[in-house]
Design a protein around this ligand. Structure first.
Ligand code: FUC
Length: 787
C-alpha cells in the first residue's frame, strides 16, 4: 500500500516539472514584499502567494469596501454656486476667489475624501505553517504559469519534495490551494487565518476555518459591509486536530487546524459580502448563504476536475493571443535576475512578451462577468487603507485599465465595467440634476462602489472633473466598435453615450467668437481652473463624434444627433503654440512653459489617443506634428501609468522605436520584479496601459474610412520598432470584429491571415498601400497577395 502511494506521489511530481516556462514568472525565493507576490484571480476572488515556509496568502474579494451609500451625496443649492463660478471665470475673478467658491460652495459635503466614500478593503490572510527551516531548504522555486493561471511553490526539505499549487477558478467561484509531498505521510502543517478587520471573528467549524465580520465604518448609525470567508480543508491520510496558532502577520492567536502525517491537503476558499451592485442601496444577499451555495456546488468535485475546469475556462481567453519576437528569451532565468539584466541591456525580447501577456493575464484575473470592474489595484489588496482608496479614478486610470480589453481579444472582460457604468449612470443623473440643473448624467474625478458621482470635497478643484463620464464613454464606444455587438450598442452603449452627451449639450458655455467650451475646465492634474483647458473640450468632441455614429446605427435619433453635430462643430478649435506644441490651454500665458512641462498627465493629447480626432497616418496633419512636439517636451520619464500611456501615444504617432524605448523604461524602472506596475506604489493601470500599447504598435484600427464614418481602416504593423524586426502575432482584434494573425521578417510582412465576425468589405493598410477585401464571416483569409 505504502509503495503504491509512493509511486503515485512521485509520478505526480514528475509530471508537473514538465511544464513549459516561456509564459511563466518565476523566482528562486519567496516574496519579501506583497508586490513581489504572485497574483491569481477569477475576476472576483483574488490571492497573492508569498511562497514563504510559513506560507502567507492574501485573499481578496472585489466588493469588500468600507464606506456606504450616502443619500445626500449631491449638494442641494450647488447649482447656484456653479452659475456664480461660471460668471466669476467669465469676469476674470482672481484664481483664489474662484477656487474658494468651487470648494466651499459647489463641491459636495460627502463623497471623495469623506468617510462615506470608503476604500477597497483587505479580506483575510491565510497562513500555512509547514514547520520548515528556510535555511535548510534546497531547489526552491515559486512560479506563476500564465498559460494555466496556476501558481506553484516547490522545494526539497530533509529528503522530501514539497509542492504547493494555487489557482482561482471562475467556473467554480472558489480559490484552491493544494499541498503535497513525494513521500507518504510526510506532510505536517498548521492552517490559520487572520484579518485586519477589528469587527471580525475566526472560528473552526468541522473541517472549515471561517471568518465572519463587518467593516468598521466608525460612524454612528451606519453599519459597514458584512463579509464571510471560508477555508474548507480536506486531507488525504494523516490526522486532523483543532488547535490555536499564532498567525505570521502579528495578529495574535487564532483558532487553527493542524494536520499531521498527510500525503496531501486541499483547501477550497470561498468569500462573499452582502454587497450588490444596485443603486441606491447596494445591499443584497447574506454572505453565509452565498458561500454555502458555492461550496455545495463544488463539494463532489475532485481536485483534478476543479483544476481542469479552471484551466479550460481560462485558456479559452488567454490562448487567443500569441506573440513571438525573434531574439533573446531568457525564460530559464529567475525573473528578478532577468529584470536586473534587462536594466543594463534591453535585449530580452522574451521579457517584453511576458510583460505583454501579463497584462492580458491580469485582465482575465481581475475582470470577469459578474465581478466588479478592476480597480486601481485590480482585485489585490493587503491593507484597509490602500493608496488612493484602491478606487475608480476616472481621470485616466479606470479608462486605461480597459484599453487592452478588446484589442487583446478579451472582450468578455469588459462586462464588469459595463454593468458598473450602467449603475453609475443612475446616480450620475441625480448629480447632473442637482449640481448642474441638467439632463443626462455626470461623474467626477473619482468613483467608488457606492454610486458616488458628486464632485467630492477633498484634495482641490481638480476633483471637479465633470467630463469623467464622457471620458469613459470612449471605452464604451470603442467596445462597440471592436465587437460590432448591436445589442450592446442599443442596450448599454447608446444610453450611456446619449446621457453623457445630453449633459454636455446642457452645459457647454459660449465664449468669445461663438465657440463652445467646458466651464469650469481643468487640465489633469495641474494648472488653474478656468475656461481654457483643452482636454475637456477634446473629450466632449470625441463623445459627440461617437454619438453621431451611434445614433445613425441605432436609428430614429436624428433630432439629438443634429443637435450634437451642431455643438461638436462649434467646439473651440485646437491650437498650435509658439514652440510648435499642441496647446494644453487656450492661453499663451499658460503655455509659456510648455517646452519645460514634464507633468505625468498629458491629457491635451487625448485627441491622438485614446481619441481619434488627430490622425497621424493621414497626410499632412499639422496637429500630429504638434502632438509629437508636445510629447518630446514631456520626455520619456514618468510614473507607471503615465509610461503606459506614452507607449500608446507613440504607437499612435507611428514611432515604433520611441514606443519601444518607453517599453524599456517601463520594464526597467516601473514594475516590481513580479511585473506589477509601480506608480509607485502598485497601480495596475500601467500593466494594462503597457499591454494595450504593445497591441497598438502591431495593429491599429481607429482611422475612420473616408466617406463612411461607421467603419475603420485596419493598419497592419503601423509602429513596428527596429528591435522587433522579426516575429509573429496571432489573435489581435481590430475594430469591426476582425481577428488578425501576422508574421513578419526584417520588418516585412511574411504572412497575414484575417477573420471577420460578419460578411462584408474591410479595408487594410500596410506600408502606405490600401486594399479593400471582401471577407466571409468566420472564414480565415490570407491577405499576403494583396500587399
Ligand atoms: C491620477 C494620477 C495620480 C495617481 C492617481 C491614482 O489622479 O494623477 O498620479 O495615479 O490617479
Amino acid at each position: 500500500m505504502i509503495v503504491k502511494r509512493c509511486m503515485i506521489l512521485i509520478l505526480c511530481f514528475c509530471c508537473s516539472f514538465a511544464l513549459g516556462q516561456q509564459n511563466s514568472i518565476w523566482f528562486d525565493k519567496p516574496a519579501s514584499s506583497w508586490d513581489n507576490g504572485l497574483p491569481l484571480g477569477n475576476g472576483r476572488l483574488g490571492m497573492v502567494v508569498f511562497g514563504t515556509t510559513v506560507e502567507k496568502v492574501i485573499f481578496n474579494e472585489d466588493s469588500l469596501w468600507s464606506g456606504w451609500f450616502e443619500k445626500d451625496n449631491d449638494r442641494q443649492g450647488s447649482y447656484e454656486a456653479l452659475k456664480k463660478l461660471r460668471k466669476m471665470i467669465n469676469d476674470g475673478a482672481s484664481q483664489s476667489d474662484i477656487d474658494k467658491v468651487a470648494l466651499e460652495e459647489f463641491c459636495s459635503y460627502y463623497g471623495y475624501g469623506k468617510p462615506d466614500f470608503g476604500s477597497y478593503q483587505s479580506f483575510f490572510n491565510a497562513h500555512v505553517n509547514f514547520g520548515h527551516d528556510f535555511e535548510k531548504i534546497s531547489d526552491y522555486k515559486r512560479s506563476l504559469d500564465l498559460e494555466n493561471a496556476v501558481a506553484e511553490v516547490s522545494y526539497r526539505y530533509e529528503g522530501v519534495n514539497y509542492k504547493r499549487e494555487y489557482f482561482s477558478s471562475y467556473p467554480d467561484q472558489v480559490c484552491i490551494m493544494k499541498f503535497s509531498v513525494d513521500k507518504p505521510g510526510e506532510l505536517n502543517l498548521v492552517i490559520s487565518l487572520s484579518s485586519l478587520h477589528r469587527k471580525s471573528q475566526v472560528t473552526v467549524v468541522g473541517n472549515t476555518l471561517q471568518i465572519d465580520g463587518e467593516v468598521d465604518v466608525r460612524q454612528e448609525g451606519k453599519s459597514g459591509m458584512k463579509f464571510q470567508g471560508r477555508m474548507e480543508v480536506m486531507n488525504v491520510a494523516g490526522e486532523v486536530n483543532k488547535v490555536e496558532a499564532l498567525t505570521s502577520d502579528d495578529q495574535g492567536k487564532n483558532p487553527a487546524i493542524e494536520i499531521n502525517g498527510a500525503d496531501e491537503v486541499i483547501i477550497k476558499m470561498a468569500g462573499a459580502t452582502n454587497y450588490q451592485l444596485s443603486w441606491p442601496d447596494y445591499i443584497g444577499g447574506e454572505p453565509d448563504r452565498k458561500n454555502d451555495d458555492v461550496l455545495k456546488r463544488v463539494s463532489d468535485k475532485t481536485y483534478s476536475t476543479l483544476k481542469d475546469r479552471h484551466i479550460a475556462d481560462y485558456q479559452n481567453l488567454f490562448s487567443r493571443v500569441d506573440l513571438n519576437l525573434d531574439g533573446l528569451n531568457l525564460f530559464d532565468m529567475p525573473i528578478d535576475a532577468r529584470r536586473k539584466l534587462y536594466q543594463i541591456d534591453r535585449n530580452d525580447r522574451g521579457l517584453e512578451i511576458l510583460a505583454f501577456q501579463f497584462g492580458r493575464y491580469l485582465m482575465i484575473a481581475s475582470s470577469r462577468p459578474g465581478a466588479m470592474p478592476a480597480n486601481l489595484q485590480g482585485i489585490w489588496n493587503d491593507t484597509n487603507s490602500p493608496a488612493w482608496n484602491g478606487d475608480y479614478h476616472l481621470n485616466i486610470n479606470l479608462q486605461m485599465n480597459y484599453w487592452p480589453v478588446d484589442s487583446c481579444n478579451l472582450s468578455e472582460c469588459m462586462e464588469p465595467l459595463t454593468q458598473w457604468l450602467f449603475d453609475l449612470k443612475r446616480a450620475g443623473e441625480l448629480t447632473a440634476r442637482i449640481h448642474y440643473n441638467s439632463s443626462g448624467w455626470v461623474a467626477h474625478h473619482t468613483c467608488n462602489v457606492w454610486g458616488a458621482t458628486s464632485p467630492g470635497p477633498a484634495r482641490g478643484v481638480h476633483m471637479m472633473e465633470a467630463e469623467s463620464a464622457a471620458f469613459i464613454c470612449q471605452n464604451v464606444w470603442d467596445h462597440y466598435a471592436f465587437t460590432d455587438d448591436k445589442d450592446y450598442l442599443e442596450n448599454y452603449a447608446w444610453p450611456l453615450l446619449k446621457g453623457a452627451a445630453q449633459f454636455w449639450l446642457d452645459n457647454l458655455q459660449e465664449i468669445e467668437g461663438g465657440y463652445l467650451v467646458v466651464v469650469p475646465s481643468y487640465s489633469p492634474e495641474h494648472g488653474p481652473m478656468n475656461d481654457k483647458a483643452y482636454f475637456p473640450n477634446m473629450v466632449v468632441w470625441e463623445l459627440f463624434n461617437n454619438c453621431i455614429k451611434a445614433a445613425e446605427i441605432v436609428g430614429n435619433e436624428d433630432e439629438i444627433s443634429d443637435r450634437i453635430q451642431e455643438a461638436r462643430d462649434r467646439l473651440l478649435p485646437l491650437k498650435i503654440g509658439r514652440y510648435g506644441q499642441l496647446q494644453e490651454w487656450n492661453d499663451p500665458e499658460l503655455e509659456k512653459k510648455a517646452n519645460k512641462d514634464k507633468h505625468r498627465h498629458f491629457s491635451h493629447l487625448f485627441a491622438v489617443h485614446p481619441g481619434s480626432r488627430i490622425l497621424p497616418s493621414q497626410d499632412d496633419d499639422k496637429f500630429a506634428s504638434a502632438a509629437i512636439q508636445s510629447m518630446n517636451y514631456r520626455g520619456d520619464g514618468a510614473t507607471g501609468w503615465s509610461m503606459g500611456w506614452k507607449i500608446n501615444m507613440w504607437a499612435r504617432l507611428l514611432d515604433g522605436d520611441r514606443a519601444h524605448k518607453l517599453i524599456g523604461n517601463y520594464i526597467s524602472s516601473r514594475v516590481s520584479d513580479a511585473l506589477w506596475c509601480l506608480h509607485p506604489p502598485f497601480q495596475i493601470d500601467g500593466n494594462f496601459g503597457h499591454t494595450a500599447g504593445v497591441a497598438e504598435m502591431l495593429l491599429q484600427s481607429h482611422v475612420p474610412l473616408s466617406g463612411d464614418g461607421l467603419r475603420y481602416e485596419i493598419h497592419l504593423l503601423p509602429a513596428l520598432p527596429g528591435k522587433w524586426s522579426s516575429g509573429s502575432v496571432k489573435g489581435l482584434k481590430a475594430r469591426g470584429d476582425v481577428i488578425v494573425d501576422m508574421e513578419w521578417k526584417d520588418k516585412e510582412l511574411q504572412d497575414v491571415v484575417v477573420k471577420a465576425g460578419s460578411d462584408g468589405e474591410y479595408t487594410f493598410v500596410y506600408n502606405g498601400k490600401k486594399r479593400k477585401v471582401f471577407l466571409q464571416k468566420d472564414t480565415p483569409c490570407s491577405l499576403l497577395q494583396q500587399f
